[in-house]
Design a binder for this molecule. Sequence first.
Ligand SMILES: *[C@@H]1O[C@H](CO)[C@@H](O)[C@H](O)[C@H]1NC(C)=O
Length: 250
Amino acid sequence: MLLLNCVVVVLCFIFCRASQNDGVGCTFASSWLESVVLSMKLNKHGFHRDLVYEVRHEPTSHPVQALLLHKLPSGVYMDQYQLADLREEMGLQVLLNSALDLESPAHVSSSFSALVFLGPPEPLHAAVPVHGRYHKASSTGGWEQVIIKPPRLLLRLEHCDTLDHGLPHRVVDAPCTVQNQSFCSWLEIEGLKVPSVSLELPVGDSSLLIPKSAGSHFRGEKVKSCFRSGLLTSQVSWKFAEWSCTVLQF
Ligand SMILES: *[C@@H]1O[C@H](CO)[C@@H](O)[C@H](O)[C@H]1NC(C)=O
């Protein structure tokens, strides 16, 4: 029995080490690193969009995992409940660094970070829903532009928790997987030229602010009642488009 244990340990020593050192080992060839391309785009229209990320590279003998560290501005949010559903349904792997208030407008919200884990299997690709926040109404109305800068890209080989050093790249410790149970060394790929994307969000016109109670005035007319309907009404500014008011007839 003892002998068998010894044999297993010795075999594992040989094969486990072999798998770590086989081929590319726990490092990336610099020529291979030059093949890495990250792209980001924003799909759909209006307030509810998809941030679509894709990492492409030359084939490797070992599966590569990518992690995007994405700092997002206060003008948008991600919905942790929606992300949990998408994790169940489609295996989308996103961690948020803080709990986000889904209702609060941009001017009282903070920026936040999302950790987006990509594959394997290839392709390293994800579509992550992102939502525009309402912006503070101004007396002129108009549009507000929210700029989303590209994420940082980290890579590691799936079978390696640590990286062999010696590359002119930064090594960053970050969660190994979306479960966030342990940390791994990741190689940061710098110098990628990924254009920012932006959303144009309508700004409410504060001269059209909705009355809170019956008996107030709305655009100079006496209001009987206002309620949330979920319907667009042409007389109410976009900011309060979920509100609808009945105006008193004289
Ligand atoms: C991951 O776990 C660490 C330690 O348990 C915690 O400090 C950190 O906030 C977690 N990160 C995220 C993004 O949830």
